[in-house]
Ligand binder design. Structure first.
Ligand code: HEC
Ligand code: HEC
Length: 457
């Protein structure tokens, strides 16, 4: 009896040892493998200039068919009515198709040199808020500056940008320079209004962001910074035009839109002057500048629905070079300097209401979808629902290393002022300043490792 008991003890001891050592050795390895598939089963390993334009590989035939229809609509260029194909552009607009701003489903940038605004737009308002706590429209001009118009109409205004150079030095003596943009808006709109410059963000992965449960996002909010880490995180509550109620904002640089259908229907009417059942009247409060008698709505509900499915079903690019030693080091530094306190590395999506392929996916978007005060340096001074002039939504970082290949530039932040990833980090003030300081105090090679990690996303 005694001997058996003793053997049992030894056996239990040995099993515990094995279990313990397994736990120590396998956990990090498992994590490493898992965060390669940034969009779970919707991830693509396509890396070329069409890396953001792939259909999710896990789509049913039915959803793939819808995706292909939506793709054509996303690329469709509108023209002035009357026309046989895609009439309805304007009278006021910013660009003529979705893809003209979200080039290859990717990002816009500020104009270089003498270029006009192409892939960037300005939201405008006057102080105060509208009846739904949203931005107060500029009388006669609305909430967006349309910098183009069809023949016979005047644009609302035009923008020129001049950059101020800010020089700085890292504690190790390395120098850097940043460009701070100044905007000069002239034209019919006059002066004395608030404005917010915004470049077009990439549009893949947005269905997954829609599928993150509200509960999971709110669990990260810490509006009054009760945990004292200097990072708060605040949800924006915005007006849903369809349900006529306030909902958690998820899309736009200030989380100023509740869902994709509203985001894209608003883009049709505000960016292109194309009316739909969702927004049936042309966006021009000034009657003399607007023909409101044309055959509105100019597109139907089916078009909106197909473009929605298209956005929801774009694949997220897989990580690359994740086994590189510098990239691995950079991944550690990302956490060490607190980037992940806003750029949340992992969520598991809930049940998506219409696309089952998006449900229950373990994803790595690197955003908390919350607002953060990023300091006066980045402020636009223009409130957008609950977001004040200093607050911005943490943008997702998945795929960010592929922007240079897809879009041929590396301009980041809401107004594209950062010319590369390093400058993007150096523009983090306010709640981001702590991370910025820690970044600046890293050795040059650690700073480079962090950038390499970002480029592997
Ligand atoms: C004039 C350029 C322009 C055009 C045209 C345009 N967009 Fe956008 N898009 C933007 C900008 C700028 C934003 C950010 C808006 C904000 O912060 O309020 C944006 C945001 C978005 C987002 C939210 C992405 C995110 O992560 O928050 C989606 C989705 C989107 N656009 C889809 C579309 C679709 C679909 C169309 C065509 C119907 C379209 N866009 C047309 C410039 C444009
Ligand atoms: C306090 C929250 C917070 C922390 C901490 C933080 N970020 Fe950000 N990050 C943001 C917000 C908000 C923006 C958008 C600001 C804007 O557009 O003006 C942003 C923008 C970025 C961008 C540009 C993304 C784009 O789409 O243009 C990069 C890259 C980035 N952050 C990387 C980092 C890294 C690396 C760290 C750690 C050194 C870090 N961030 C720490 C909140 C944070």
């Amino acid at each position: 009896m005694k001997k058996k008991y003793f053997l049992n003890l030894i056996f239990t001891f040995l099993i515990s040892l094995i279990l313990l050592s397994c736990e120590e050795n396998t956990t990090p390895v498992v994590e490493e493998e898992n965060d390669v598939l940034s969009g779970g089963a919707t991830t693509t390993d396509f890396v070329g200039s069409l890396a953001f334009s792939q259909p999710a590989p896990n789509l049913s035939q039915e959803n793939l068919d819808k995706h292909i229809i939506g793709d054509a609509l996303f690329e469709a260029a509108f023209v002035k009515a009357p026309a046989i194909i895609n009439p309805g552009l304007g009278p006021l607009f910013n660009n003529s198709s979705c893809v003209n701003c979200h080039i290859a489903d990717g990002r816009g940038r500020p104009p270089f040199g003498a270029e006009q605004l192409e892939t960037m737009l300005f939201r405008i308002s006057i102080p105060g808020s509208d009846e739904h706590n949203g931005p107060n429209p500029v009388p006669g001009f609305g909430r967006q500056l349309q910098t183009r118009s069809i023949l016979g109409y005047d644009t609302e205004g035009s923008v020129t940008i001049s950059n101020e150079i800010i020089n700085g030095t890292y504690p190790d003596g390395t120098t850097y320079s940043l460009l701070k943009p100044n905007y000069n808006i002239t034209g019919r709109i006059g002066s004395g209004f608030l404005y917010s410059p915004r470049v077009a963000p990439f549009v893949f992965g947005v269905g997954l962001l829609e599928a993150i449960t509200e509960q999971d996002i709110l669990a990260l909010a810490d509006e009054n910074d009760l945990n004292g880490d200097g990072v708060s995180g605040k949800p924006n509550y915005v007006w849903n035009v369809q349900t006529q109620s306030f909902e958690l904002g998820r899309f736009g640089w200030k989380a100023n839109t509740p869902n994709l259908i509203q985001q894209l229907a608003a883009a049709y009417v505000n960016d292109m002057g194309v009316t739909s059942p969702y927004f049936p009247t042309e966006n021009c409060a000034d009657g003399t500048q607007c023909d409101t008698t044309s055959d509105d709505p100019e597109i139907d509900q089916h078009t909106l629905d197909m473009v929605e499915v298209y956005l929801q079903t774009l694949a997220v690019p897989s990580r690359r070079n994740y086994n590189d030693a510098d990239v691995k080091r950079g991944k550690e530094i990302f956490k060490q300097v607190g980037c992940n306190s806003c750029h949340t590395t992992q969520f598991t999506t809930g049940t998506h209401k219409s696309i089952p392929e998006l449900s229950n996916q373990k994803i790595h978007p690197y955003t908390d979808l919350l607002l953060h005060d990023m300091g006066d340096e980045l402020a636009d001074g223009r409130p957008d629902f609950d977001a004040n002039g200093n607050e911005w939504r943490t943008p997702p970082l998945w795929g960010i290393g592929l922007v240079s290949i897809v879009n041929g530039h590396t301009n980041f932040m809401h107004d594209g002022r950062a010319r590369n990833l390093e400058e993007a980090i150096l523009w983090h003030f306010g709640e981001g300043e702590n991370s910025r300081e820690k970044f600046m105090n890293l050795s040059k090679s650690d700073r480079e490792s962090l950038i390499k990690f970002l480029n592997s996303l």
